[in-house]
Design a protein around this ligand. Structure first.
Ligand code: LR7
Ligand code: MN
Length: 588
């Protein structure tokens, strides 16, 4: 049986909850007033007094509840965003604690709440945003469920320390039914001491981040709403560029560049600037490199806000009235996921824009897994949310999504989306086709005027497949290879061929060959689409050749192409190994 031990420390008289998997000998840690009961979840709870002076020394305990008493910062730890190395003696403990939040809370607890961070901006940004003249005031809304004390309050302090006071209306914390004791009265008491008006709202049952944000927004009084996750750190000058964009255009929804706070060391790491946000065939949010013309524009002035097809979801500012005019959030969405795409589609298609202001930089702890439960399961939460996105916003692409995503497909009929469709009509929103063509022209979704289906080789009768190895930005990359054509794992062998000659597939990867004309065997790879000439091909319907445009060589099967050796380009010779059948597959 799992035991939760509540210990009240003699020294501070504050309560600490310790959750453990195995029994601890009460005599190790308790002195008097020990009391035991089984709570409503069937968990045995022991309450007593802690006699040691460092909770971290409780033998074998994995504990969930760490309060201000435990939070024990070292003034130098994590200074200027530097990494904190876990000492060998703390290794086991830090691993035990990792699962509670899916980050190294032991490290976080050593770092002061007001640690310094490097100024991440370009020089020009510093000059551009010395002040924010006539900028609106913003409410900061932070929702959380069982967040660690130190990460939550470091988020809050980074806002207080690095925002111009004249632009800060208030901070609103929305506690989404956290169970941890320190997030109740201790947090209430703590925020009263903060130098900025800070309100705490509590949902009485778990409603999820979308509805929690709506509750926060409902009491906000700032002209602008700025949302943050509960484990962020804002850097110097983060707010001014966001507010400037909205001051100049109230229909813009604007995000900072999201830097990385390492989940193990809490090092502040600059993220790649030349990315924008979009999504793959499974409606998973992804960062991709935008196409050529976009890149050129950005390189000319890297301080200018730029458009992005989608936002990550957690960190953005929006004019408060505009937020409501545009239908705030879909209240039918629960717990986690999908709301970022829903908002991105809606804002773009109904007349607004989604942008990233590159002079604004905020760090976020990226986790490899989610630390909390999804009540009702992932089907009733994430997949239902995504089904709603597809049903309301994707028009002719709705069926495409459901065809390749079984779990959301199975529950799509349970969704009542009539009020969202009504909203779409009232706002006179444009189509998903318009969105793909105008906001994200480099997209890799099938369309009416591009090929979508299998690419089958005549000689070996196998199909081109997506590589199963991943590159740095988690995109599949590798040699172009063939596999027996199966229709089962279907997206694995689905390709799009555009009018411009790009042979692309899910996650923005393209068929790519070197431009050199001579030399030994030129291998063909599948890698991130970049709009370059070396990724252009032309298909001849009568000869069935797939020619590489720059050197006019033909896509061919190498002798060992069924092995990992992959495909090559060769002088065109009319042989069967250079003949390809483009087999269309219906997608809607
Ligand atoms: O039931 C819940 N109730 C909550 O209050 C579940 C979560 N939450 C809180 C949670 O404590 C946190 O403060 O909601 C916030 C976001 O949850 P995370 O941190 O688990 O989300 P994430 O960072 O993994 O995921 C991203 O996608 C989410 C989809 O719903 C949200 O939009 C998150 O805000 C978003 N985070 C970011 O955009 C940060 C950058 C990540 C990237 C890329
Ligand atoms: Mn997050």
């Amino acid at each position: 049986m799992m035991t939760i031990v509540i210990i009240s420390s003699i020294r501070t008289k504050t309560k600490i909850l310790v959750k453990r998997m195995e029994e601890i000998h009460p005599k190790h840690i308790f002195r008097e007033n020990q009391e035991e009961y089984v709570d409503r979840h069937g968990i045995k709870v022991v309450v007593g007094h802690y006699v040691g002076n460092d909770l971290r020394k409780v033998p074998n305990a994995t504990y969930e509840m760490i309060n201000t008493n435990y939070f024990n910062p070292n003034p130098k730890a994590g200074k200027d965003g530097s990494p904190v190395i876990t000492l060998p003696k703390d290794m086991i403990r830090s691993q035990q604690l990792y699962n509670i939040n899916k980050f190294n809370v032991l490290v976080s607890d050593q770092i002061p709440l007001n640690r310094t961070l490097p100024d991440m901006r370009r020089k020009k940004c510093t000059h551009l945003f010395r002040e924010c003249k006539d900028c609106p005031k913003t409410s900061i809304i932070i929702v959380f469920h069982n967040e660690a004390w130190s990460t939550l309050l470091r988020t809050v302090w980074s806002v207080i320390n690095r925002s111009p006071m004249e632009n800060l209306e208030e901070i609103i914390l929305v506690d989404d039914a956290s169970q941890r004791e320190y997030l109740k009265k201790p947090l209430d008491d703590y925020v009263k001491t903060l130098p900025v008006s800070t309100k705490i709202l509590r949902t009485n049952k778990r409603v999820g981040l979308i509805q929690a944000r709506l509750r926060g927004a409902a009491i906000a009084t700032g002209e602008v709403l700025t949302f943050l996750d509960a484990h962020c750190e804002c850097t110097r000058g983060w707010l001014e560029p966001l507010l400037t964009v909205i001051r100049d255009d109230r229909t813009a929804v604007v995000c900072p560049i999201i830097d990385i706070i390492n989940d193990q060391t809490f090092a502040y790491i600059k993220s790649f600037e030349l990315h924008w946000g979009a999504f793959n065939w499974n409606l998973q949010f992804r960062w991709y490199t935008p196409g050529g013309s976009q890149l050129v524009k950005r390189q000319i002035d890297p301080t200018l806000p730029f458009n992005t097809p989608a936002m990550a979801g957690g960190l953005f500012s929006i004019d408060r009235k505009y937020f409501y005019e545009m239908g705030s959030y879909d209240e039918g969405m629960t717990i986690w996921g999908g709301e970022n795409l829903e908002m991105s589609f809606r804002i773009w298609m109904c007349g607004g824009k989604v942008q990233i202001a590159p002079c604004s930089r905020v760090g976020h702890i990226f986790r490899k897994a989610s630390p909390y439960t999804f009540p009702g399961g992932i089907k009733k939460t994430l997949y239902a949310n995504l089904a709603r996105v597809a049903l309301v916003w994707m028009d002719e692409w709705t069926d495409f999504y459901f065809r390749f995503n079984e779990a959301p497909n199975a529950i799509k009929h349970e969704q009542n989306i009539s009020s969202r469709l009504q909203l779409k009509k009232e706002l006179k929103c444009k189509s998903f086709e318009w969105y793909l063509e105008n906001v994200w022209p480099e997209h890799f979704f099938p369309t009416r005027n591009r090929f979508f289906g299998h690419i089958r080789n005549v000689a070996v009768d196998w199909c081109l497949v997506k590589p199963d190895t991943k590159g740095i930005s988690n995109q599949p990359v590798g040699l172009a290879t063939l596999e027996p054509c199966i229709k089962r794992n279907v997206t694995l062998e689905m390709f799009v061929m555009t009018k411009e000659g790009f042979v692309m597939t899910d996650d923005s990867i393209c068929l790519d060959a070197p431009e050199t004309k001579s030399g030994p065997v030129a291998k063909v790879r599948i890698m991130a689409c970049n709009g370059a000439e070396r990724q252009r091909w032309s298909y001849n319907n009568s000869t069935k050749e797939l020619r590489h445009v720059t050197n006019q060589k033909c896509l061919d099967v190498s002798d060992s192409s069924k092995s990992s050796e992959g495909l090559i380009i060769e002088d065109c010779n009319g042989e069967e190994s250079q003949k390809w059948i483009l087999e269309p597959v219906p997608w809607n």
